[in-house]
Write a protein of this length. Structure first.
Length: 326
């Protein structure tokens, strides 16, 4: 689990710091450290919440050894795909990678045990699937419209003062976005850990969770300290050119939607998808078109490939390990 936690931090840190660093609201080292600290705080703050983001999932009864093998396969596939995407400079959804991996692994186990696949397919997958499909559109539209609401307040004001305020808001957004991301990360990995502990028949698995969350916070924070520069360069420089005002809009939209989705609606929301879409939405509402749509299409293909890659790889690994587990 440790490599997957590290990769999650490495993937998600750019979502909160790319634009503030690009607009010089914060220096890169300061933004990275702030993000790492608030990611860790968010993870620890998720402990009292349990796994409420995944309360919709009722894990089917399956062979314990195969369940443990499936969890290992999920973590390996997510870590491998997340690392590959990082070196390509592409932000991906670790949340949806984990969900797709669990789905693929469960179907592989049910195939081995000869159980009807409807046991898994009948679960309420609609909510997370719609979150995956709709949240980028909502983020784009919200950021685009928020520019209209923000620009009148800046019109006629001293540009230096507008930029100063915008950069100040972006500085705050680094901590807010990182905190919200940490809340999600803590729950998604505790969900997998609880499945593994139940499968291993560990007595009173809940008593291990405080130590587990501390490990989660340390490893995710360590991943954040890498800065996620490959992804940050794409989000901040190659995807769209934004001024401090629109950077503020993008950062505010990202933070607001993250908390509305994860805290208000209790849905596993992808920070990567929402952050990139908010940046494109704010950046496209300018007099001159600045969005690199070719870069966006490339990013979109990685988003679409993430559930397929993690789901298929997890299923294949689970089937490959089954002779060793049965």
């Amino acid at each position: 689990m440790l490599p997957a936690l590290y990769v999650a931090g490495m993937q998600d840190v750019a979502n909160s710091i790319a634009i503030p660093v690009r607009t010089r609201a914060l220096t890169a080292p300061v933004a990275t450290r702030v993000s790492a600290v608030f990611h860790g705080i968010g993870v620890l703050a998720a402990l009292p919440l349990g796994v409420w983001l995944f309360a919709w999932f009722e894990f089917p009864e399956m062979d314990p050894e195969l369940s443990l093998g499936m969890i290992l396969a999920v973590l390996l596939s997510v870590a491998a795909w997340g690392t590959f995407a990082y070196f390509k400079g592409m932000p991906i959804s670790i949340t949806h990678g984990l969900i797709a991996g669990v789905l693929g692994g469960c179907l592989a186990i049910l195939t081995l045990e000869g159980i009807d696949s409807d046991v898994v397919l009948g679960l309420p997958w609609f909510a997370p699937l719609m979150t995956l499909l709709v949240s980028p559109l909502v983020a784009f539209g919200f950021a685009y419209l928020l520019v209209f609401a923000t620009v009148p307040f800046a019109r006629g004001e001293d540009p230096d003062e507008v930029n100063r305020v915008a950069r100040g808001v972006q500085s705050i957004s680094v901590g807010v976005t990182s905190l919200g991301t940490g809340l999600q990360q803590g729950q998604r990995f505790s969900f997998l850990l609880l499945i593994a502990l139940h499968a291993a028949d560990v007595p009173e698995p809940a008593r291990w969770m405080p130590l587990a969350y501390l490990v989660f916070a340390v490893m995710i924070g360590a991943g954040c300290l890498t800065g996620g520069w490959r992804i940050g360069h794409v989000l901040g420089h190659r995807l769209v050119a934004v001024d401090p005002l629109r950077g503020m809009v993008a950062a505010t939209s990202n933070a607001g939607l993250l908390f509305i989705g994860s805290i208000g609606l209790a849905l596993p929301l992808s920070t990567s998808l929402v952050a990139a879409s908010s940046i494109i939405g704010a950046g496209s509402n300018q007099r001159f078109a600045t969005v690199n749509w070719r870069q966006f299409i490339r990013m979109f293909l990685y988003w679409a490939a993430t559930p397929l890659a993690t789901g298929i790889v997890t299923a294949v690994l689970t089937l490959a390990m089954s002779p060793l587990l049965l």
